[in-house]
Ligand binder design. Structure first.
Ligand SMILES: [Ca+2]
Ligand SMILES: [Zn+2]
Length: 448
């Protein structure tokens, strides 16, 4: 009889929890913010989940991921594509269920979750259940198809960070905080994250989870191992354009970059946009420039509106190639040819031309005095109009000089709109690119 009374009391208490208001706050940054968001504490390394037991109740973990222990170590990845530093479910599966066993029922104040990815594996979609584990008929491991709320669990929150206010938000850092208006979500020993994938268009929609935190009422002040990102933010043309320079992976280069790269971006991004106009096209208003600590062989590349510069390479090129390489990548951001990559009705421009236009602007507009696109004597025999980069830049400069001043602008517009470029060459010069290439080649004289 006594036991029965206790159960009744506990039932009434749960009723109060349901009436209290659960507050879900989501934060997202397309760049490395160090998971610093308003009203969301940074990933903690001394929260109640740090010592908890994590287990997989449902679903399969992807073999290449870092495992469940990464969700409680207080550490987060250093960039947006680190499978080994995240936990995620197997490709092609629709998520699964992760359980946190805190060892004993505690007074839970807040639950936070953190994820980071460059694409649609960044948002978080899950239902959070919690239980003290003491109810009659409690199922500690409710598998797929079993409704936890029928097995002694309470549904605390439904989380979906794929859009905020109707605005889709995918890539970047996502953080979620779950609290209660009373200051306490409840007394729980177990938490169950019932996680769904973010999309079904391909097999790769399972979120890259970086950390799960559980904060106790009256628990210790949170400490974090996540370092603040090293960022410089600036704008151009009266804040029409925004830039983030992220030197988190190479803080030694921040000062130099602010002095030497920032002015190049401020001045040349709007200039390049003016040089490469086309109807109804708007170049990205926000661009990130990231100094990357480990890019391997590549000196630099652009992906959408994010430019990656290899810091190891950059340190050797401060006085020489650094600024020009950045201009080349800024051209790629403005070109935006990748926007219609998935549209089969559009023609993809050849790579040699894409790189040729970027190098044309770099060598003939940005730094003509360095004469970097002149062709050395020993390279003459090999030079082809479609060699790409500076050789093609040389060819384009020659076509502009001898046939059509507007050739770059026309080719860019055609490439951006996914048109066949043969017609553009022919209309503006009366010749094919190949014919022009032969003419250009016979005009080449050794420069040095
Ligand atoms: Ca933690
Ligand atoms: Zn390029």
């Amino acid at each position: 009889m006594h036991k029965r009374t206790a159960a009744l009391v506990s039932f009434l208490f749960l009723g109060q929890i349901v009436n209290a208001e659960v507050l879900i706050v989501a934060g997202r940054s397309q760049f490395n913010s160090g998971f610093a968001f308003e009203n969301i504490p940074a990933p903690a390394n001394n929260d109640a989940a740090t010592q908890a037991k994590l287990s997989l109740v449902e679903g399969k973990m992807e073999a290449g991921c870092g495992g469940l222990a990464l969700l409680q170590d207080g550490l987060v990845p250093v960039n947006e594509d680190q499978p080994g530093r995240n936990f995620f479910f197997q490709a092609g599966t629709d998520g699964g269920r992760v359980k946190i066993d805190l060892g004993r029922a505690i007074s839970v104040r807040q639950v936070c979750s953190f994820s980071w990815h460059s694409g649609n594996r960044a948002p978080q979609v899950y239902k959070l259940y919690a239980s003290a584990g003491s109810a009659d008929g409690f199922d500690p491991d409710p598998v797929k198809g079993v409704d936890p709320s029928a097995k002694g669990w309470t549904l605390v929150a439904r989380v979906d960070t794929r859009s905020v206010g109707g605005k889709a938000q995918w890539d970047g850092q996502h953080a979620v905080s779950i609290t209660d208006s009373t200051g306490k979500i409840g007394n729980f020993r177990f938490l169950l994250f019932d996680i769904s994938c973010t999309e079904n268009e391909d097999d790769f929609g399972n979120t890259f989870f970086s950390e799960l935190d559980v904060l106790e009422v009256g628990g210790p002040v949170s400490t974090t191992l996540v370092s603040k990102p090293v960022l410089s933010r600036f704008g151009a043309e009266n804040a029409k354009y925004h830039f983030v320079l992220d030197a988190s992976e190479a803080p030694d280069l921040l000062e130099w970059s602010e002095k030497n790269l920032k002015p190049v971006v401020e001045q040349w991004y709007p200039k390049i946009i003016t040089m490469l106009p086309s109807e109804r096209y708007k170049a990205p208003a926000s661009v990130a420039i990231r100094l990357r600590g480990n890019l391997g062989e590549a000196p630099a590349f652009a992906s959408g509106a994010v430019i990656h510069l290899n810091a190891v390479w950059l340190r050797k090129q401060l006085a020489t190639e650094a600024r020009g390489a950045l201009v080349h990548e800024l051209v790629h951001v403005v070109q935006g040819y990748g926007n219609q990559r998935d549209d089969p009705s559009k023609v993809q421009p050849p790579g040699w031309l894409v790189e040729g236009i970027a190098d044309y602007i770099r060598w003939y507009q940005f730094e003509p005095l360095s004469r970097g696109a002149e062709i050395a004597k020993e390279a003459l025999a090999q030079a082809r109009y479609d060699s790409g980069y500076r050789i093609t830049a040389n060819f384009l400069a020659w076509v502009a000089e001898n046939h059509d001043r507007e050739i770059i602008r026309r080719l860019n517009a055609g490439a951006r709109e996914g048109r066949h470029l043969d017609g553009i060459w022919k209309e503006s010069t009366g010749k094919t690119a190949r014919e022009l290439g032969a003419e250009w080649k016979s005009s080449l004289k050794p420069s040095r």
